[in-house]
Ligand binder design. Structure first.
Ligand code: SF4
Length: 309
């Protein structure tokens, strides 16, 4: 194999659950249609990108009304242009009713982003060379920005920041998009790499502490910007499906050298699987395998008791 395989930070958890599923998606390229959770998640990322960059460049906050309207308009277009895979309960409820519910939820969570979460984040910036490659990071205080503007060609905020990093001469590239690296209004807290999400459930501390995505982005920040981040955060706008009760939760967490080393070992395992072209599956009774869209189709390992909408 001559071309390097892109290993998306957000896909590493999939490899841990089932290497074969990871291979079917990322090596063979079989893409199942997205579910509503993914469509809503992508729209929330776009909203956060616009709102945080406006805040950074113009010092303007997006209002809740604008955020909700933008998100609702955007997701209506997304839904019109995308085939969306429905969960069994969504099939039962009906495609139209599910669509209306998810548009409402997306709007409410966007309002929550604009009113509760985003105002407290102050994104850091990185210096970039003329090709847009990051040089190094600094805190984005107004004084620093002014100082930097006189000395370098450009600075950009670390907001929805895309990266593609060679991995120690191995057959992969680590790729992904960091949500943001920010300081907050709390003077006692340092810079944190933050993962923004929408959800129907409150996040748990366990989720933040064990998020491989946060660890992977932390490693990427070190490789790309030379930032030794130890502080991370999982920020969620929650909108329940039943009552559409909406609120935000931010959970902070830390990572140590041992966490980063464990993540590197997983990347090594991915390299091993690629080099040997060996991909084992997972337990046929696990919820992950029972709900796998490739089961009985691209993956012939388990062909019984397929649960599919
Ligand atoms: S059906 Fe099960 S074993 Fe096969 S790819 Fe999917 S999760 Fe993995």
């Amino acid at each position: 194999m001559t071309d390097k395989v892109d290993v998306h930070v957000s896909s590493v958890e999939t490899f841990c659950r089932c290497p074969r599923q990871w291979m079917i998606r990322w090596i063979q390229g079989f893409i199942r249609p997205p579910k509503w959770a993914l469509v809503v998640g992508r729209r929330l990322h776009k909203l956060a990108d616009v709102a945080l960059k406006r805040k950074y460049y113009k010092q303007e906050l997006m209002t809740g009304d604008e955020a909700e309207e933008l998100a609702r308009d955007g997701i209506k277009q997304d839904a019109a242009n995308t085939e969306i895979l429905l969960e069994p309960d969504e099939v039962k409820a009906g495609a139209g009713k599910t669509r209306e519910l998810e548009i409402t939820r997306c709007g409410k969570m966007s309002r929550c982003y604009a009113q509760e979460l985003l105002p407290q984040f102050h994104p850091l910036s990185v210096w970039v060379d003329p090709d847009g490659k990051p040089i190094r990071a600094l805190q984005a205080t107004p004084e620093q920005r002014e100082d930097v503007a006189t000395r370098v060609e450009a600075t950009v905020p670390v907001v929805e920041f895309q990266f593609a990093l060679d991995y120690r001469g191995r057959p992969i590239k680590s790729v992904g998009t960091m949500d943001n690296i920010s300081i907050t209004d709390d003077p006692g807290d340092g810079a944190r790499l933050r993962d923004l999400k929408g959800s129907s459930k409150s996040p748990t501390q366990d989720e933040a502490d064990n998020s491989l995505q946060l660890t992977g982005y932390g490693l990427a920040a070190k490789a790309a910007f030379g930032m030794n981040l130890t502080g991370f955060a999982l920020d969620k706008a929650v909108c329940t499906r039943k009552t559409q009760k909406t609120y935000s939760r931010s959970l902070t967490t830390e990572r140590t050298g041992a966490d980063f080393a464990a993540y590197v070992r997983i990347l090594d395992e991915i390299c091993e699987s690629i080099v040997k072209d060996h991909w084992h599956g997972c337990h046929p009774g696990s919820w992950w395998c029972l709900g796998c869209g490739y089961r009985g189709r691209e993956c012939k390992l388990h062909t019984v008791k397929v649960v599919r909408p």
